[in-house]
Ligand binder design. Structure first.
Ligand code: ZN
Length: 419
């Protein structure tokens, strides 16, 4: 590898990436320091001092892991980049004399494998070290390996053709490629809405109709009371991987499915389960998924337009010491440069998501037979999952798709008082 001569564009891009890294690191450090304090009232009545202590150690350990992982990431990326690694890889692959599409897929595919290999030790330590130490991990090695193989096959079967199609489009469709790409991507994501709950999620978990019994009866009675058709109510074996509990909704209209983790059913009373379900139905009733999907489509459109512009800009390639302007490499560089910029769009989406959570909570309080049941359910969830009860506002801004528990409970109590 010959050392390329540095240029301003490269330094600018590097500054952009390092800024993103520093911002992320700052958020993690602030959040770690913020939770050193003992819990103030009323939080100290929600969890025992011992649980809070465990939460502090757990959250700090997770943050440390995130900092180490992103630092290693950067320490490998920068020398690879500034040592001319992107060009060297291209020369190696073009030496195979494959056709352009295959070359492009190989180039991007190899970089993805490379990045996967760098992250693997951290994933392993996270699951079998950290999560296991705090009693959360239920995953066996067998499940872990099977998961990785299934995800690799999915990436090849779904990602491969998608990538090849995208490259073909940009090679052939000329100035309207971004528009066709946007339409194609939108169709793909709409089809996924149907395919994922039916064919993909069942590859990883078992979904069985929620068994007859008191929880099912209570949930169906509630759904009927608010006139919500609930044909597809599932129990999911979340306990295969983690003791952490959750619930979620997929699909729209008649295709809508609600899944409750088995761990959720074990840890909660029936009124709490009904309240959690009411929250999920609240999301559906307020059309949160549809709104997010629409905004996501709009966001994709903007990214495609930017992509079309940047792919034509020689600076994008020069900044990564590439000779010529191979489209497939441009795609990779675009992804790297746009990441830190897109962070700000991410802030907006997170903010909107937190707003939707308040709305769904409100719906649950207004319609569930026991309005306060969601509050006790969320407190139990926070205790069981060792959720950080006092996150730093900057960290919340960057990462929280759900508002901190204190804010959610305050909003619900306010609603109940004025009910
Ligand atoms: Zn929610």
């Amino acid at each position: 590898m010959s050392m390329p001569t540095w240029n301003t564009t490269a330094l600018l891009f590097a500054a952009l990436l390092v800024s993103g890294y520093l911002l992320e690191g700052l958020a993690l450090l602030l959040d770690s320091r913020h939770l050193r304090h003992p819990l103030p009232a009323p939080l100290n009545t929600w969890v025992e001092a011992e649980t809070w202590q465990k939460t502090q150690i757990y959250t700090q350990a997770r943050h440390r892991l995130a900092i180490v992982a992103s630092t290693v990431d950067l320490l490998i990326l920068l020398p690879f980049w500034f040592g001319g690694g992107f060009l060297a890889l291209d020369r190696w692959i073009t030496g195979w004399h494959w056709d352009t599409l295959a070359t492009g897929v190989a180039y991007i595919g190899l970089l993805m494998v490379f990045s996967y290999a760098i992250h693997l030790p951290f994933t392993l330590y996270g699951t079998f070290g950290l999560e296991a130490r705090f009693g959360f991990n239920r995953m066996t090695w067998k499940t872990f390996v099977a998961d990785q193989i299934k995800m690799a096959i999915l990436a090849i079967l779904l990602g491969g053709p998608l990538l090849a199609g995208l490259l073909a489009l940009f090679y052939q469709a000329g100035s309207l490629a971004w528009l066709y790409g946007w339409i194609g991507m939108t169709l793909f994501s709409l089809i996924l809405q149907w395919v994922v709950p039916r064919w993909i999620l069942p590859l990883f978990n078992r979904f069985s109709p929620l068994a007859e019994g008191e929880p099912r009866r209570a949930i169906l009675a509630y759904a009927q009371s608010i006139d919500f058709p609930l044909a597809q109510l599932f129990e999911m074996d979340g306990s295969r991987r983690s003791s952490k509990a959750n619930a979620f909704v997929t699909g729209f209209g008649k295709n809508r499915r609600i899944a409750l983790f088995d761990t959720l059913i074990q840890q909660h009373t029936i009124p709490e389960l009904v309240a959690v379900l009411a929250h999920e139905i609240g999301h559906a009733r307020r059309r949160h998924m549809a709104k997010m999907l629409l905004l996501g489509i709009l966001h994709t459109g903007i990214l495609f337009m930017l992509l079309a512009v940047l792919l034509e800009w020689p600076g994008l390639y020069r900044g990564f010491f590439m000779e010529g302007m191979p489209l497939y490499a441009g795609l990779v560089f675009f992804g790297m440069v746009i990441g830190p910029i897109d962070l700000f769009v991410g802030l907006f989406f997170k903010r909107l998501s937190r707003h939707f959570e308040f709305e769904a909570d409100r719906f649950a309080v207004e319609t569930a037979p026991e309005p306060a049941a969601l509050i006790s359910a969320l407190k139990t969830l926070a205790r069981e999952n060792l959720a950080n009860l006092m996150p730093h506002p900057f960290y919340v801004l960057l990462h929280y798709s759900h508002p901190p528990l204190l804010e959610r409970v305050a909003a619900m109590e306010e609603r109940i008082r004025h009910g």
